[in-house]
Each structure stands twice: as structure tokens, then as C-alpha cells.
Design a protein around this ligand. Structure first.
Ligand code: PMP
Length: 414
């Protein structure tokens, strides 16, 4: 690609590598590629690995995927179609369209967040890109990044790809998976550089109430931590308002907030998210983004603008349906004797199966459940240390399937 092709004038310098240029030769099948050490050091996703087995059968009810079972609301889809019909197929500004950034700034005021659309918001290719950018922009080699566990599967690899050292911080079923100051001290987070917060949480569904969030914010200020707050499930809370760490005194300047359209708007395939923070933080992330991504998908940006403008009712309808399923799943699990903390947000329940699993092993439990009854759930070990003895059940699955899955689970347990 030449510099003329790119709106920001970036050129790639023509330094393309060829296999003949030398390098590792220990790949298989004559390939001369061997993964770089930081890539080799990361294990494949425990979720994928498990679902490859599930995909070989056609009677499986999957409670495994972290993806809405709804289709994106029509106003968002029609805006995407319309943008294509009107020929809007070019790059946008690196940071995303001004209109969309303004709409995002307006939207997040409902969480008491105020960000300047010109300087403090970056539209990204999914929240995933924003997470990756945050790690690459602020983690130096050897920096410690604290990850409350069980944890969303992408953080640890992301930290390693950025050259950082992940530090697990164990949250506990007994605390409803909330992050406590005690857990932060126990893990040595007072010596860490960055803390990742994901509330509402994947995989536990935990939310943090105002006083729990205050305590975490106090800790971060006291120990001078940067915070990456992944708030992608902010719109999916059931028992109270979303609490953002960035709204606590002295936290805005040390926090990057990440959000996106995949979950609340059922727009996973459109790949659109955003990062918000003080101007120098957003500048640093934009620097990486402008060279690696240029701009987030244009069609999806048009869809996202319509989502913010015209889809509140759809989001509310989906949220109410998740809530209905949440109540059903939690009460059924408890009836079956599986302890589960009440999930306050997202669309996951994280019951303990240790007491009924072979040797307390959730992985064996999940494998047996899949084989015997065709119900796929993810073993808690896929989410790092702390998830042992648990499974993740996603209720982003229709109520009929959930009912059938619970009936099969009951048969399996008896
Ligand atoms: N963060 C969390 C906590 C998630 O659960 C997910 C999706 N599973 C993502 C980020 C990625 O979202 P996106 O589709 O916007 O990249």
C-alpha cells in the first residue's frame, strides 16, 4: 500500500520480510515460521478448545458462548445498509466520525462520565482492540498488570503480547466475586503498575456496588495505579445502576474506560467499541491505532450512531429478557443444589460444581455433561486461577433452550 492510499499519509516503508530473509526454521510442513516467544508463551483459548468438541454433535445446547442470541436492532442494521447504498465506503478520521464520538460522549453521561469527543474518545474495532491498545500503550516490558480472577480470557494474553507480567488477584464466590481491598493487598497489587477492572464481570456476572467501588478507587489512588476499566456490560445491569471507577475522585486522570456495541446492542459482528480517557492517554492509543487499524469499520460506525440514537427500546427489551432468564437460571441452579452468586450484570452465571464433580474437577464435570447430556458449559479453569470448581453458564440463550438444558442438567446430576 502506498502513502497516497492512506488519509494520514502513513507509509509502510517497504520493508516486507520474506522467508528467505532468514529466521526460525523449525515450523512443520516445510514452513519457516515459528511463533515469536511472546506468542508461543500464551496457551490457546480454553473456551475454543472446548467448543470444538461441542461442534462435532448436533444435539448440543450451548450455554457457552459469550454472545447475544439476538440480532442487532433494525435501526442499526438499516443504517449500515443505508451507508453502503450511499457509497460511504472510505476510511473515517482515525479517531472515528465526529458525529459518533459526540453521540458516545452524550450517552456515557448516564454513567456520570464526561469525555470531550474531540480529544478524549477513540472509536475502535471492537472493545477488543481498545483492550489491546490500552496494554500496548501503557505497559512497559516487565510491568505488572493485576487481573482480578476468574477473568475474561483476553486480558492475560493481551498483557503478555504487550510484554507485561499478569498478576492474578483472586476474587471469591463467598464475596459474590466482588474485588476487595483485602484481595488486592493479598496479591501484592500495591506494588503493581496497572489494574484491570471488568464490572459487570465476565465470567462471574458480578457487579460492584458504590461502596465497593469507592474502596477500590481509594486503593488505586493510594498506590498510584493506572486502571483499565472494561465496561462493555455497563448497559446490562439488573439490580442497580452501573458503577464506574472513573467517576471516583482522582480516578478520571488514571483510568481508561472501555465500552462497545457488541453486548448491549447485539452487534458482535460489526466490531465496534471505544476507549475514553484523558487526552494524553487517548493520544497514545490513537498513535498505535492510526498505524495498525487506521480507522474502525465505517459501516459499523454508521450502525453504531443509529444504535445510540434510536435503539434504547431495543436494548431495554433485550435487557429485560436477559433478566428473566437470569432469574430462571439462578433459581433452577439453586434448586439443583448448585451454589451460585446472584449475577448483577452481563449474561453469565458461575455456579460451583466442585461438590458434585469427579474429584471436584470442573473440567471433568463439563466434559461429562457434554458427553452424557449434550449440554456445553465452559469450565471455570478457562478463566484463569480462581475459577476452579466452577462452570460458566451463559444465558444469552433462549428460555426454551435454557429450560431444556436445566432439565438435562438435573438428569445428569441424579
Ligand atoms: N471485554 C469483555 C469482558 C468481553 O466479554 C468481550 C466479548 N466477549 C469483549 C471485551 C470483546 O468485545 P468486542 O466484541 O467489542 O471486541
Amino acid at each position: 500500500m502506498s502513502g497516497e492510499d492512506r488519509p494520514d499519509g502513513h507509509t509502510d516503508g517497504g520493508t516486507e520480510q520474506t522467508p528467505e530473509a532468514g529466521g526460525p526454521t523449525d515450523g512443520t510442513d516445510g514452513s519457516r515460521f515459528a511463533p515469536a516467544d511472546r506468542v508461543a508463551s500464551v496457551a490457546p483459548s480454553g473456551i475454543r478448545e472446548f467448543f470444538e468438541v461441542a461442534e462435532t454433535r448436533d444435539d448440543v445446547i450451548s450455554l457457552g458462548v459469550g454472545e447475544p442470541d439476538f440480532t442487532a436492532p433494525w435501526p442499526a442494521r438499516s443504517a449500515a445498509v443505508n451507508s453502503l447504498e450511499r457509497g460511504r465506503t472510505s476510511y473515517t478520521a482515525n479517531r472515528g466520525t465526529e458525529e459518533l464520538r459526540r453521540a458516545i460522549a452524550e450517552r456515557v453521561t448516564r454513567y456520570d462520565q464526561t469525555y470531550d469527543p474531540a480529544e478524549e474518545i477513540l472509536v475502535t474495532t471492537g472493545a477488543s482492540e481498545a483492550v489491546d491498545l490500552a496494554f500496548r500503550a501503557f505497559v512497559n516490558p516487565g510491568d505488572t498488570v493485576a487481573l482480578p480472577t476468574p477473568t475474561y480470557v483476553s486480558y492475560e494474553p493481551g498483557v503478555r503480547f504487550a510484554g507485561g507480567e499478569p498478576l492474578p488477584v483472586h476474587t471469591r464466590h463467598e464475596d459474590d466475586w466482588a474485588l476487595t481491598t483485602e484481595a488486592l493487598y493479598d496479591a501484592g497489587v500495591d506494588e503493581a503498575d496497572v489494574l484491570v477492572l471488568c464490572y459487570p464481570n465476565n465470567p462471574t456476572g458480578a457487579t460492584m456496588d458504590a461502596s465497593e467501588m469507592d474502596a477500590v478507587a481509594d486503593f488505586c489512588r493510594e498506590h498510584d495505579l493506572l486502571v483499565v476499566a472494561d465496561e462493555i456490560y455497563a448497559a446490562l445491569t439488573y439490580d442497580g445502576d452501573h458503577e464506574s471507577v472513573a467517576t471516583r475522585p482522582g480516578m478520571r486522570e488514571r483510568t481508561v474506560v472501555i465500552n462497545g456495541f457488541s453486548k448491549a446492542y447485539a452487534m458482535t459482528g460489526l466490531r465496534l467499541g471505544y476507549a475514553m480517557g484523558p487526552p494524553d492517554a487517548v493520544d497514545a492509543m490513537t498513535k498505535i491505532h492510526q498505524y495498525t487499524m487506521l480507522s474502525a469499520p465505517t459501516t459499523a460506525q454508521h450502525a453504531a450512531l443509529a444504535a445510540l440514537d434510536r435503539c434504547d427500546d431495543d436494548v431495554d427489551r433485550m435487557r429485560r429478557e436477559y433478566d428473566r432468564r437470569r432469574r430462571y437460571v439462578v433459581s433452577r441452579l439453586r434448586e439443583l443444589g448448585l451454589p451460585v452468586a446472584e449475577p448483577g450484570g452481563a449474561f453469565y452465571a458461575f455456579p460451583r460444581v466442585a461438590d458434585v464433580a469427579p474429584d471436584g474437577d470442573a473440567r471433568a464435570f463439563a466434559t461429562d455433561l457434554l458427553e452424557a447430556e449434550g449440554v456445553a458449559a465452559v469450565p471455570g479453569t478457562a478463566f484463569g486461577t480462581g475459577g476452579e470448581g466452577h462452570i460458566r453458564i451463559s444465558y444469552a440463550t433462549g428460555l426454551d433452550d435454557l429450560k431444556e438444558a436445566m432439565a438435562r442438567l438435573e438428569r445428569f446430576l441424579s
